[in-house]
Design a protein around this ligand. Structure first.
Ligand code: A3D
Length: 312
C-alpha cells in the first residue's frame, strides 16, 4: 500500500519553520513540529500558515504543531533543530552547555516515543551534539547522523559558482572534518563539469574560497546579527532526509560515527556517507594526501575537545 511519510521536526524556530515550508512545497510527506510548551503557539501558527499556503502550490500534506512528544509516534525521520543558535562573537562551542541540556531532554523523549526513526541532528556544536544524542539514546549508529558537511559542501559549491559563473549543478566540492573553522574543504577533489578546480582557478582564488567556506557560518551570523543561517541548513537536512526516504544512496558529507575509518575511533566527524533506506549505509574512504591527513587530525582534536566537555 502506498504510504505517506511522516517527518518529525524538533524545534519550530528558524530552521524548523523553513524545513516545514520546504517539506510542504516538495510534498515530501506530513510533518509534525514539536517545540517546548511556551512555544507551542509558534509551532502551531507556522504550520497552520503553511497549510493555508498549500493551495497555491497544489501540494497535499498535513502539517501540525505541538509540544506533545508522544505525537511523534510512527515518524520515519526526525530532524532535530532544538537549541540555541549563535549570536555575533560566539563560537559554536559557547552553546555546548545550554544545548546539551536541550539535546538530553529531546533524546529522552525520542527514545520513548519514536525509537525506530532515522535521526538527523543539526543542533550546535554539531559533532558533539550528535555524539551526545547517540550516547543518550543508544540508537544504532546507522540511524543517527549530523548535518554539517552537506551545508559546508553546499557553501563551497556556491562560492565556486559565484567565482566562476558556472552552474552550481556541475560543481562538486567535498568537505570533511568537524563543523567549525578547522573543517577541511578538499579542493584537490573539487571539479567543475568534471574538470579539476585546480585547472580552472588560481591557487590564490581557491585559498580564498576555502577560507570563506570555513568561516561561512560566522559570516552569516555577523550579517544577521541575531541568529544563524537557516535557509541553507534546512535545505541541507532535507537533502539527507530525502536520500533516506527515497533510498537514493546519495553520497553526502555528514557527521557519522567513525569506527576506524580515516583512523578515527568512536567520534562523529564529517566524512562522505552513503545515505539510503538503511540510514548511514557506508562511509566512503578517500585516499588523502599527508597534508590533508594532518588537517583532518587537527579538526579531530577540536571535535574531541567538545565531546570531552559533554562528559558522556
Ligand atoms: P531557533 O530559531 O532559536 O529555534 C530553535 C527552537 O528550538 C526554538 O523554537 C526553541 O523553542 C526550540 N527548543 C528549545 N528547546 C527545545 C526542546 N527541549 N524541545 C523542542 N524544542 C526546543 O534556532 P535555529 O532554528 O536558527 O537553529 C537551531 C539550531 O541549529 C542551533 O543550535 C543552531 O546553532 C544550529 N545550526 C546548525 C547548523 C549546522 O550546520 C550544524 C547551521 C545553522 C544552525
Amino acid at each position: 500500500m502506498p504510504k505517506r511519510y511522516k517527518i518529525g521536526l524538533i524545534g519550530g524556530g528558524q530552521i524548523g519553520g523553513i524545513l516545514a515550508l520546504m517539506i510542504a512545497q516538495r510534498e515530501l510527506g506530513d510533518a509534525l513540529v514539536v517545540d517546548i510548551p511556551q512555544k507551542e503557539g509558534l509551532a502551531k501558527g507556522k504550520t497552520l500558515d503553511i497549510m493555508e499556503m498549500t493551495p497555491h502550490y497544489g501540494t497535499d500534506v498535513n502539517l501540525s504543531g505541538t509540544s506533545d512528544f508522544s505525537q511523534l509516534k510512527g515518524c520515519d525521520v526526525i530532524i532535530i533543530t532544538a537549541g540555541v543558535p549563535r549570536r555575533p562573537g560566539m563560537t559554536r562551542e559557547d552553546l555546548l552547555d545550554v544545548n546539551l541540556k536541550i539535546i538530553t531532554s529531546v533524546a529522552e523523549n525520542i527514545k520513548k516515543h519514536c525509537p525506530d526513526a532515522f535521526n538527523i541532528v543539526l543542533t550546535n556544536p554539531l559533532d558533539a551534539m550528535v555524539y551526545a544524542f547517540y550516547k543518550l539514546t543508544g540508537f544504532p549508529k546507522n540511524r543517527v547522523i549530523g548535518m554539517a558537511g552537506a551545508l559546508d559542501t553546499g557553501r563551497f559549491r556556491a562560492f565556486v559558482a559565484m567565482e566562476t559563473g558556472y552552474s552550481v549543478e556541475d560543481i562538486t566540492a567535498p568537505v570533511m572534518g568537524g563543523h567549525g573553522p578547522t573543517m577541511v574543504p578538499l579542493y584537490r577533489l573539487a571539479t567543475v563539469g568534471g574538470v579539476p578546480l585546480t585547472e580552472i582557478l588560481s591557487q590564490e582564488k581557491i585559498d580564498a574560497i576555502v577560507q570563506r567556506t570555513r568561516q561561512a557560518g560566522t559570516e552569516i551570523v555577523k550579517l544577521l546579527a541575531n541568529g544563524s543561517a537557516y535557509f541553507s541548513p534546512a535545505a541541507s537536512a532535507l537533502e539527507m532526509a530525502e536520500s533516506y526516504l527515497k533510498d537514493k544512496k546519495r553520497i553526502i558529507p555528514c557527521s557519522a560515527l567513525c569506527e576506524g575509518e580515516y583512523g578515527v575511533q568512536g567520534y562523529f566527524i564529517g566524512v562522505p556517507t552513503v545515505i539510503g533506506a538503511g540510514g548511514v549505509e557506508k562511509i566512503l574512504e578517500i585516499k588523502l594526501t599527508p597534508q590533508e591527513k594532518e588537517a583532518l587530525q587537527e579538526t579531530l582534536e577540536a571535535v574531541k575537545k567538545a565531546v570531552a566537555d559533554t562528559k558522556l
